[in-house]
Design a protein. Structure first.
Length: 765
C-alpha cells in the first residue's frame, strides 16, 4: 500500500512537471496567451515622443501620442541614485537572477498566498514588472491575473536574453508613467524637478522610485505627506542594502520634499506656434482636392506647392522606416533639429508681447470706449456688425456641438443670448464671469493679433517664429498660416521689376494724381505735389502715385509671375494695375522670405525650418539644405538696397533711427492697408531679415486713427525691440557695424537711365 502511494505521488509529480513543461513550451512558442515575436522583444517600447531641438541645442518641446511624452534616456544618463533606489526597493537580487527570483517568488507564495500576509512583499522582479507593463492588459479578476503570471515569467526570461541588466533598468524607467503627463524618467525629472535624470539628487531619485509602487497613491502634488513617507521608506531600504551610509540616510530623511513642478503640455514653453506648425508640416499628407472644402481650394494650391517643392513638407508621409511603415512623429522618437534659436525666439516673443499686449492693446481699448460698434470700426453700420458676429457664431465650437446634438436654430440663438458662467481671457490671467456666448465672441475679438518671423538672410533659416500672443487662447497662427493684405510692403517687388527693366533709383517720375481707367489712386501725403521726384524718394515715402506710375509701365501678368518668383504662393492673384498697392494676401513668413532677395544679391531663400532629422539612436535620417532661386540680378539688388535704406534714412521708417536709436545699416519697408486694417514692417540687416504684422482678427477691427493704425506705429516697434536685444546678445554674433556687400564707390545712377519725358508729357496732357 505504501509503495502504491509513493508511486502515486511520483506519478502526480511527474504529471505536474510534464504539464508545467508543456505549458512552458506552449507559452514560449505563443500557443497559449500572447507572446511577442523576436522583433518586438528586441524593440519592446514602440512609442517614444519626438523631440524638437533649437539650433543652440535646447529641447523646446515634444510630440507624443495619447499624452505619452516618453523620451528615450540610456543607462549612462541616469543618476546612479536612481538605479540604486530602484534595485533596493523593487528587486534586491536583480543582478543575480535571470528574470525570475525564485527566492522572492517562494516567499510570496508562502507568506502572501498561504499565510495571507499582505506586507510580506511581492515576488515580481524588475524584469517581470517591465514585462507586465509592456505586454499585460489590466486583469479583470484574480484568476485572469494568475494566468498572466506564467506568461510574464517567460517574457522576462526572453527579455533577459535580449538585453543587459542596465538596458532593462533603462527600459523600465523610460516606460513608467509618473502621472501629470510625465511618461518616462526624462519627462518626470523635468516635470517634478526641472532637471535631467542624470542630475537628480538622492532625495529626488528616491521620491520618483517611491512613486513606482503606486503613482496615484503617492502623488507628490496631491498627497505630499504620503509621498514623503514613501520616499523615506525607499531611503531606508537603500541603507539596508548598503547603497548609502547611516549618515546619508539621516541627512536625506531630514530634508523636505522640494518640487519644482511644472506640468508639461504642448501649450507650454517657447515657440508654441512653431511647434504646432511643424507638427502639421511634417505629418502633412499629399494634398487631394476632394479633402478641401470648396471655399478653401486656394489652400489646396498652396499645400500642393509645398508638397512638390519642400522635402520637409509631409516628410513623414514621403519616407518609410525599415519595416515599410511611414514615420510617425508621435511614436518614433525622432529628433528634429530646427533652425530656431531659443534666445532669439525669446527676444521675439517678448518684443511682440510687450508692444502689443502692454502698449497697443490698452490704447485700442481706450479708443473702443468711444465706439458704438466696438471693437469694430466706426465705419461699419450696426447691421454689418451683427452680420459679422452671426458668422462667428456659426463657426464656433458651441454652435457645432449644439447642432450635432439636434438643437434647432431658434434654440441655438436663444442659448447664445442667454447669460452663462464662463471663464474669459485677460492678459492678467483667466477670469470667471457671466456673459452671453454672443457677448463673449465680441469680447474675444477685441484683442489685437500679431505675427513675427526672423530669418537668416543667406540661408532662409527661420531663427524666430511668433504666431501670436497666447497659443492657448488664440491658437490661429499668424506667422505662416494666416494671410492678410500686404499693402505697401509689396512696393519693393514692383520697384525691383522696374530696376530689372532698366530704371535706376535716380530716375524721376511726376508726383501727381492721375486716373488709370476707372481707378484713381489716393495718397496719404501731398508733399512735393506736382514736382518731379526720384524713384528712391517715391519708395522711401511709400508714395502711391509713383507706384501707380511704375505699375502702368509693366504688364500686370508679368508682375504676378514676379511675385511667385519671390516665393509668394498665394494663388489666383488678379493681374491689374491695383496690384501696386498690395491688395493680395500673404503670410508673414512668405514676406520675410521674399525680402531675403534684397539682402542676398538678388537670390531668394525659401524658409528653412529644419537642418536634420535623427532617429532615437542618433542616426541621421535626413539633412536639409537652403532652397534658393535667383529673382533679380545683383545690379538690381544693389539698386534696391540703396532705395530700401532710404526708407529708414529719411522715409516712413525713420523712427527706427530717431526714436529707437538703431544705427545699423539696414533696409526696410512699412505697410498699411485700407482703413489701417493691417500694419506691417519689414526690416533687414546684412545677415538677418525680420518682418511683423499686427491687426485684428477681422479686417474691420482696427484703429480708426492713422497715427496709431499705421505700420510705423503698430509693427515697426516690435522689430526695433527685437533687434536691440539681438544686437545686445553678443553670443549670437550679429554685429550692428556690419555693412551690406555693395561694391565700394557704387553709384546706382551710373547705369543707363530710361528717358521719362514721353511719360511725363502723357501725364500732363
Amino acid at each position: 500500500m505504501r509503495k502504491t502511494f509513493i508511486k502515486f505521488l511520483w506519478s502526480v509529480l511527474a504529471s505536474v512537471v510534464v504539464i508545467v513543461l508543456v505549458a512552458f513550451i506552449a507559452i514560449w512558442n505563443g500557443w497559449i496567451g500572447y507572446m511577442p515575436d523576436v522583433e518586438e522583444l528586441q524593440n519592446p517600447i514602440s512609442r517614444y515622443a519626438s523631440q524638437i531641438y533649437s539650433s543652440d541645442g535646447k529641447v523646446i518641446g515634444t510630440w507624443n501620442s495619447n499624452r505619452e511624452n516618453r523620451v528615450i534616456v540610456d543607462y549612462n544618463n541616469l543618476s546612479p541614485d536612481l538605479v540604486r533606489a530602484l534595485v533596493a526597493t523593487e528587486d534586491q537580487r536583480f543582478y543575480e537572477h535571470s528574470g525570475i527570483d525564485f527566492i522572492a517568488l517562494g516567499r510570496a507564495i508562502v507568506k502572501r498566498g498561504i499565510m495571507g500576509k499582505t506586507s510580506a512583499g511581492g515576488g515580481s522582479t524588475i524584469t517581470q514588472q517591465l514585462a507586465k507593463q509592456l505586454y499585460s492588459s489590466t486583469a479583470k479578476n484574480t484568476m485572469e491575473r494568475l494566468l498572466q503570471k506564467p506568461i510574464e515569467w517567460v517574457i522576462s526570461i526572453k527579455l533577459e536574453r535580449n538585453f543587459t541588466k542596465e538596458e532593462i533598468i533603462a527600459m523600465y524607467l523610460n516606460y513608467f508613467d509618473f502621472l501629470h503627463n510625465a511618461v518616462g524618467i526624462k519627462t518626470a525629472s523635468n516635470t517634478y524637478f526641472n532637471k535631467e535624470p542624470k542630475a537628480l539628487t538622492l532625495e529626488e531619485s528616491s521620491m520618483l522610485i517611491g512613486m513606482c509602487k503606486n503613482p496615484s497613491y503617492f502623488n507628490p502634488v496631491r498627497h505630499p505627506e504620503r509621498c514623503l513617507e514613501r520616499r523615506n521608506v525607499v531611503l531606508s531600504l537603500m541603507q539596508q542594502q548598503g547603497f548609502i551610509t547611516n549618515a546619508e540616510l539621516d541627512s536625506a530623511i531630514a530634508k523636505p520634499l522640494k518640487l519644482n513642478f511644472h506640468r508639461t503640455t504642448h501649450k507650454d514653453g517657447i515657440a508654441t506656434y512653431f511647434r504646432e506648425f511643424m507638427r502639421q508640416y511634417l505629418m502633412a499628407e499629399k494634398p487631394k482636392l476632394s479633402h478641401y472644402p470648396s471655399w478653401n481650394h486656394a489652400q489646396y494650391t498652396i499645400d500642393s506647392i509645398y508638397w512638390e517643392n519642400d522635402p520637409l513638407y509631409g516628410w513623414c508621409h514621403k519616407n518609410k522606416k525599415k519595416n515599410g511603415e511611414y514615420y510617425n512623429i508621435y511614436t518614433d522618437g525622432l529628433r528634429i533639429h530646427t533652425t530656431i534659436d531659443s534666445r532669439m525666439q525669446k527676444y521675439a516673443e517678448d518684443a511682440v508681447y510687450n508692444h502689443v499686449a502692454k502698449y497697443l492693446q490698452p490704447e485700442f481699448n481706450k479708443e473702443n470706449r468711444q465706439k458704438v460698434n466696438a471693437p469694430f470700426s466706426s465705419a461699419l453700420t450696426q447691421k454689418e456688425v451683427k452680420a459679422i458676429l452671426n458668422r462667428s457664431m456659426l463657426q464656433s465650437e458651441r454652435y457645432r456641438a449644439m447642432k450635432e446634438n439636434g438643437a434647432s436654430d431658434e434654440e441655438i440663438r436663444k442659448a447664445f443670448r442667454t447669460p452663462t458662467e464662463m471663464s474669459v481671457f485677460t492678459y492678467r490671467g483667466d477670469v470667471d464671469t457671466v456673459m452671453t456666448p454672443m457677448d463673449s465672441i465680441r469680447y474675444i475679438k477685441k484683442f489685437l493679433r500679431a505675427g513675427f518671423v526672423s530669418m537668416d538672410a543667406h540661408t532662409g533659416a527661420v531663427k524666430a517664429y511668433v504666431g501670436g500672443l497666447d497659443y492657448e487662447h488664440f491658437s490661429y497662427d499668424m506667422a505662416f498660416m494666416g494671410r492678410r493684405q500686404v499693402g505697401s510692403t509689396t512696393k519693393p517687388y514692383l520697384y525691383a521689376l522696374s530696376m530689372e527693366n532698366g530704371l535706376s533709383p535716380c530716375d524721376v517720375a511726376p508726383n501727381v494724381q492721375r486716373s488709370y481707367g476707372n481707378w484713381t489712386p489716393r495718397n496719404g501725403s501731398r508733399s512735393r505735389y506736382g514736382q518731379m521726384v526720384t524713384l528712391k524718394w517715391g519708395l522711401a515715402q511709400s508714395n502711391n502715385w509713383i507706384s501707380a506710375y511704375l505699375m502702368n509701365r509693366i504688364d500686370p501678368h508679368d508682375f504676378v509671375q514676379f511675385l511667385h518668383e519671390f516665393g509668394i504662393t498665394t494663388p489666383n492673384i488678379y493681374p491689374s494695375i491695383v496690384l501696386c498697392l498690395g491688395p493680395y494676401e500673404a503670410c508673414v513668413g512668405e514676406m520675410v522670405s521674399a525680402y531675403t532677395t534684397f539682402a542676398n544679391h538678388g537670390i531668394h531663400c525659401a524658409p528653412m525650418f529644419v537642418t536634420k532629422i535623427e532617429d532615437n539612436e542618433g542616426n541621421v535620417l535626413a539633412e536639409f539644405q537652403p532652397r534658393v532661386n535667383e529673382v533679380i540680378s545683383e545690379e538690381s539688388a544693389n539698386k534696391m538696397l540703396v532705395m530700401l535704406k532710404g526708407v529708414v534714412d529719411g522715409g516712413t521708417g525713420s523712427r527706427i533711427r530717431f526714436r529707437y536709436q538703431i544705427d545699423c545699416e539696414m533696409g526696410a519697408k512699412t505697410g498699411t492697408t485700407n482703413r489701417h486694417s493691417d500694419a506691417w514692417f519689414m526690416g533687414f540687416t546684412p545677415s538677418l531679415v525680420s518682418g511683423c504684422w499686427v491687426g485684428g482678427e477681422d479686417r474691420d477691427i482696427h484703429f480708426d486713427s492713422m497715427n496709431m493704425g499705421q505700420g510705423a506705429s503698430m509693427a515697426l516697434p516690435i522689430w526695433a525691440y527685437y533687434m536691440k536685444k539681438v544686437f545686445a546678445d553678443k553670443s549670437l554674433g550679429y554685429d550692428p557695424e556690419e555693412k551690406f556687400d555693395i561694391p565700394e564707390g557704387y553709384d546706382p545712377c551710373a547705369s543707363k537711365q530710361v528717358d521719362n519725358m514721353n511719360d511725363i508729357e502723357e501725364v500732363y496732357e
